[in-house]
Design a protein around this ligand. Structure first.
Ligand code: G6P
Length: 602
């Protein structure tokens, strides 16, 4: 939620560079944006409602010569997304941008009002600026003012702060929201993530919780919470700027869909060649808890199916925002697996911290290298899917499913459940995965054809059984996120317990039947919807033949593989249906309304 960047340089192009960086953070929120720049020794603030391109236009009317600026792209939490509530916020000598939420802002606001402070906005961030200003007026020391103010703040924050009496210096700190420091030839950065600065440098350092940083164009100084200076080593980013380009695709989402064959193949390759997590003893635990949000939770449901069915280990999947308040579930003998593409999701992070506090062992399945979750878990399994820019996840999700497939294999090996014959079949399947995903990606026309059938409808149903039922949930979410069509995902057997009353003449139903032993059952459920007039889109595997005209208006045939890759093939088809539908509906596919990719608030 929200992206921030600050840059101080020996040149006078900080605005251009800050703004370019901000554009790479737009996935974090995009309802308004703003920039504060030192114009000599005074600070100018320019803000705009809507996407960063609006701010860009507005800046054309300003003199933007500046060697130090901070900027923000917002996902509104407090106050509607208008220009007044947009960041940066300025109070007294302090101007700042903030990613996070100050939960006790209302109390602090009253305290500050009593001291004579007046407020212009509805935001928690303006209160933070005022509190830092107040502390500065008391201490006359900028770092001490920050430390004192942060002691008062409850909630999460990453701040870039300017003091008007110290042009060209940025102060920064963080708690529960990400922030990295970047070092370039001409100056230094503080940004929400590395993508914002990769065009200028790949050298960076991570700021730990509760550390403070003073950034000038020549030197960056780090302090601990007691303001003792600390040394930091710089790291080199492995992702490069080219990965943040669309490379000829219409949308990042489409590009990322097409990256899946290689990403998934790489995961299985690493598993067979240099697996770094085969040492996790899954059999030691009576039950595994898997916790995540959104699509990562859907990937966890597929993981549960694989670990239970093949690894014979009981698994509980829980949404992180619920699990974080269920401490009675966690004991020192719990194995918790947290799953997160961004590695920053606030609820998932809170769940992991709670579990660690209770003595549980925590494994992370994470994409963003060096992210908070990756750093705090006992053992991190990286998916290495590369940067995912589109807000709706695709390769993030499938790479998590692929890692779960490997964990199920590890459990089977550990328990002696993997016969030579099974091992051979699964290995062959994992080796062919790139070819098989590519065959699902071929002939996009068929997905467009289905999209044309459904895009004018307002309601749609996904049904499936077993592993397909979890994949349906992800297919339904993809469609809702990017096309704004309402859809529901139901276990096929559950539909008749109420929901079937919504099926009417022409209601589209996408049904999935890839599991041979449940095929007939699912087909019966499809026929039940057909009898009520549904428009039936059927997704199944090639081994079941090719004539389903009795109950299907359209069919997608997938290669038949094992359960270790089948859900990946199925979801790729559903991703493309969602993509083509959203395109026909004229939606902003990469940046759907109201969403943000990285949810760093509760
Ligand atoms: C947001 C995104 C979803 C994502 C979820 C969890 O809601 O829009 O696409 O699945 O967060 O994110 P994570 O980074 O933890 O996987």
């Amino acid at each position: 939620m929200c992206g921030i960047i600050g840059y101080t340089t020996r040149k006078n192009n900080s605005v251009e560079i800050t703004l370019n960086g901000l554009k790479n953070l737009e996935y974090r929120g995009y309802d308004s944006s703003g920039i504060a720049l030192f114009n000599g020794d005074k600070i100018d603030i320019i803000k705009s409602k809507g996407k960063i391109s609006n701010l860009d236009e507005k800046l054309k009317q300003h003199d933007t010569t500046s060697c130090c600026s901070i900027a923000h792209t917002r996902w509104a939490t407090h106050g509607e997304p208008n220009e007044t509530n947009a960041h940066p916020h300025h109070v007294g000598k302090v101007t700042l941008v903030h990613n996070g939420i100050i939960e006790n802002y209302a109390t602090l606001k009253e305290e500050l009002k009593a001291k004579g402070y007046k407020f212009q906005t509805e935001t928690d961030t303006e209160v933070a600026a005022a509190y830092i200003d107040y502390c500065y007026s008391q201490t006359n020391d900028k770092l001490k003012a920050l430390v004192e103010a942060c002691k008062k703040f409850r909630g999460s924050y990453a701040f870039n702060v300017l003091f008007e009496d110290e042009p060209t210096t940025i102060y920064a700190t963080r708690k529960d929201s990400p922030l990295v420091i970047g070092y370039s030839h001409d100056g230094n950065f503080a940004a929400s993530d590395i993508s914002a600065i990769l065009n200028y440098t790949n050298k960076y350092s991570l700021i730990n919780e509760g550390e403070f940083v003073k950034i000038t164009r020549d030197i960056v100084t780090f302090y601990d919470k007691d303001l003792h200076q600390i040394e930091k080593k710089s790291e080199t980013a492995t992702w490069d700027a080219a990965q943040y380009q669309k490379n000829g695709y219409d949308h990042f989402m489409l590009k990322e869909i097409y990256e899946q064959p290689k990403v998934i193949n790489d995961i299985f390759d690493r598993f067979y060649n240099n697996c770094s997590y085969k040492d996790i003893d899954l059999t030691k635990y009576e039950k595994i808890h898997i916790v995540a949000c959104g699509s990562a939770m859907h990937a966890s449901l597929v993981g549960k199916y694989l670990l239970q069915t093949y690894g014979k280990i009981p698994v509980m999947v829980e949404i992180a925002s619920e699990y974080r308040y269920s401490e009675e579930l966690i004991t020192p003998s719990t194995l918790l697996i947290v799953v997160s593409q961004s590695g920053e999701t606030a609820d998932t992070l809170a769940a992991l911290r709670l579990a660690k506090e209770k003595g549980a062992y925590v494994v992370g399945i994470v994409n963003a290298v060096g992210s908070t979750i990756a750093r705090e878990v006992d053992k991190c399994i990286y998916t290495y899917a590369g940067p995912e820019i589109a807000v709706a996840t695709t390769k993030g999700y499938t790479s998590q499913v692929a890692v779960f497939a490997t964990l199920a294999l590890i459990a089977m090996e550990e328990k002696g459940l993997l016969t030579d014959e099974m091992s051979k079949t699964i290995k062959e399947d994992l080796t062919n995965v790139e070819k098989n995903i590519n065959s699902v990606l071929e002939n996009r026309e068929k997905y467009l054809d289905i999209a044309k059938d459904i895009y004018k409808h307002n309601d749609l149903f996904f049904i499936g059984r077993g592993i397909d039922s979890s994949v349906c949930m992800e297919g339904s979410l993809k469609l809702k996120e990017i096309s704004y069509m309402h859809s529901e995902s139901y276990s096929a057997g559950e539909l008749k317990h109420g929901t079937i009353s919504l099926i009417d003449k022409g209601t589209p139903v996408i049904s999935i039947a890839t599991d041979d032993k449940l095929f007939e059952k699912t087909v019966s459920n499809i026929k039940e919807t057909k009898a009520r007039g549904s428009y039936s889109i059927f997704v199944t595997t090639q081994n079941h033949g090719d004539d389903f005209s009795e109950f299907a208006d359209k069919t997608i045939l997938l290669p038949k593989t094992t359960d270790f890759t089948q859900p990946i093939l199925t979801v790729v088809a559903l991703q493309l249906i969602a993509y083509e539908t959203a395109k026909l509906r004229g939606c902003d596919i990469d940046k759907p309304r109201n969403l943000a990719k990285s949810v760093t608030v509760e």
